[in-house]
Design a protein around this ligand. Structure first.
Ligand code: RET
Length: 294
């Protein structure tokens, strides 16, 4: 077998070659080299793991189908978290993005492997995994409030739309204005979720006898969730006044309360009040029932 030598085109700008050559390993090492950023990710992997074990222990004896579904959706939250933070820590769901003209981080560069690389480090994997964890939080809240399938599905679909359009806002590099347009669409979807949480579900929870715990969790959720778009806007994706490590810690701290403290309070209630939340999984009025009334 003859070995032919392949001639690579000679480029005048070796930097241009480096731009495309940032590997996952480079990003993995970049994270490890920044103690603030690394701790914001690794601490959360550990916390999510411990929470998961605690929550499994707390819920293992539940028997009622609705209480069990609440438990399963709550258990999904730290499970997704372990995956989410592992994706970020490993460099799999992190990228270097060159911000468009007009963005505060336009022309910025980062040191990767001792070399400057054009762009900023974006932890875009967060927005992707929120599309799984936040619906699980909403499903648990909707079930706790004893809400109907229509309002639960409405809240969840707009919430997923919020996360995916938030991801689009973070990943758009062609136009500064379009980044903010995506952000605006995401906020509009968020408004629907907030409406359901503040207006629709409290009425259902009052009827179901879960108003007191629901209102505590509702407040916790609405206040903390509002902080996420604020961090986005201040962080490197938005007006870039917060550096990557600080942005990441802000999200990580919000996550600790919005996920683990929230989940603990909810599960403590469900395990001690199983009979109050008991019922069918989703009370969808049947079509035949509606016809029979005619
Ligand atoms: C983004 C940016 C675009 C505008 C809006 C956002 C809202 C994010 C929220 C995230 C909540 C995440 C939670 C995660 C738990 O795992 C995407 C930041 C409105 C509300 C609670």
């Amino acid at each position: 077998m003859t070995h032919q030598q392949i001639q690579l085109p000679v480029t005048e700008s070796p930097v241009a070659l480096q731009q495309t050559a940032v590997t996952q390993t480079d990003l993995f090492e970049y994270v490890l080299g920044d103690p603030l950023l690394a701790s914001s990710l690794y601490v959360n992997i550990a916390l999510a793991g411990v929470s998961l074990l605690l929550f499994v222990f707390m819920t293992k004896d539940l028997e009622d189908p609705r209480a069990r579904l609440i438990a399963v959706s709550v258990l999904l939250v730290p499970t997704v978290s372990v995956a989410s933070y592992t994706g970020l820590a490993s460099g799999l769901t992190i990228g270097i993005l060159e911000m468009p003209a007009g963005h505060a981080a336009e022309g910025a560069s980062v040191m990767i492997g001792g070399e400057p690389v054009d762009g900023v480090v974006s932890l875009w994997g967060r927005y992707l995994t929120w599309a799984l964890s936040t619906p699980a939080i909403l499903l648990a809240l909707g079930l706790l409030a004893g809400s109907d399938a229509t309002s639960i599905i409405t809240a969840i679909t707009f919430d997923i739309a919020m996360c995916i359009t938030g991801l689009a806002a973070a990943l758009t590099t062609s136009s500064h204005a379009l980044r903010w347009f995506w952000y605006f669409i995401s906020c509009a979807c968020f408004a629907v979720v907030v409406y359901v949480l503040l207006v629709k579900w409290p009425e259902d929870a009052a009827a179901a006898g879960t108003a007191s715990i629901f209102n505590t969790l509702k407040l916790l959720t609405v206040v903390l969730w509002i902080a996420y778009p604020v961090v986005w806007a201040l962080g490197v994706e938005g007006i870039a006044v917060l550096p990557v490590g600080v942005t990441s810690w802000a999200y990580s701290l919000l996550d600790v309360v919005a996920k683990y403290v929230f989940a603990f309070l909810l599960l403590r209630y469900v395990t001690t009040n199983e009979r109050v939340v008991s019922g069918d999984v989703l009370d969808v009025p049947s079509a035949s029932g509606a016809l029979a009334d005619d």
